[in-house]
Write a protein that binds this ligand. Structure first.
Ligand SMILES: [Zn+2]
Length: 263
């Protein structure tokens, strides 16, 4: 599988090792990949090298569409592209969107400039630096019981478009650790207490700029009481009676699949 190496600038000549270019045109929040930019005047962000392919995010101006409607959102692009190709497209969307929303200094309003030696925008007047936005969000699979009676707490969020049940998720608040975010969100959303909170894995989630941080936790006490502003329904499910769960693109599904495989 191809591997991606992030970089601020393309490798220099003479050898360069660039066999091809991958221009990821970001049209709104959708992507259209081509081997050259549709318009050389549009802003680009160099992303890095996907093996020997130089990857660029192209900031397609509002109202333009070089794909004539063929650009796809990142959900649809998953499965059509390899995992590394999908991840680099997500990176393009996040960095282009960051550039679009940090054109001016948040403190004094001066137009920002791209920093040369790090991924940042700098205000030439007051020096304020703006780095790419990343919102850490934790996602937790809660389990209880033993053997065949072991079950997982899955919930249907108010924002889910499809009728499915997933792990509990929420954004980390300023001032709290990831583990504290897990216990707080679980308590707020379904009213149960958990312990043995363990890091499981993470996943970039470019919708629009989250980093999903997966945990497992063990139920300790409490009956399920849903917060109706967040959760429509939550239940305990045995492995042999799972409801509809999220698609394979999500870390929630990977957490559930890992639990299913776990004997
Ligand atoms: Zn400023």
């Amino acid at each position: 599988m191809a591997s991606f190496n992030p970089a601020l600038v393309p490798p220099s000549s003479p050898d360069g090792h660039i066999a091809a270019h991958r221009y990821i045109h970001v049209v709104g929040a959708t992507v259209f990949v081509d081997d050259r930019p549709a318009d050389p005047a549009w802003p680009v962000h160099f992303l890095g090298m996907l093996d020997d392919e130089a990857c660029w995010g192209v900031d397609v101006p509002h109202g333009e569409d070089p794909s004539y409607g063929a650009a796809t959102d990142l959900f649809s692009y998953y499965g059509r592209a390899s995992e590394p190709e999908w991840l680099v497209a997500g990176r393009a969307v996040q960095l282009v969107e960051w550039g679009r929303t940090h054109r001016f200094c948040g403190r004094c309003g001066t137009a920002t400039e791209v920093q040369e030696h790090e991924r940042a925008m700098k205000c030439p007047a007051c020096g304020l630096l703006a780095f790419p936005r990343l919102a850490p969000a934790m996602i937790t699979l809660i389990t209880r019981g033993e053997g065949d009676d072991r079950e997982a707490l899955l919930a249907r969020g108010v924002q889910f478009r499809a009728p499915m049940y997933s792990c509990l998720a929420g954004f980390v608040e300023p001032g709290e650790s990831l583990e504290e975010a897990v216990t707080r969100e679980v308590r707020e959303e379904v009213g149960v207490e958990v312990a043995d909170v363990r890091y499981w894995g993470s996943q970039p989630w470019p919708f629009p700029h989250s980093l999903m941080i997966g945990f497992t936790a063990e139920w300790v006490a409490g009956d399920i009481v849903c917060d109706p502003t967040e959760i429509i329904d939550a239940k305990w499910f045995r492995r042999d009676a799972l409801p509809n769960v999220p698609p394979r693109i999500s870390i929630a599904r990977k957490l559930i699949d890992a639990w299913l495989m776990d004997g």
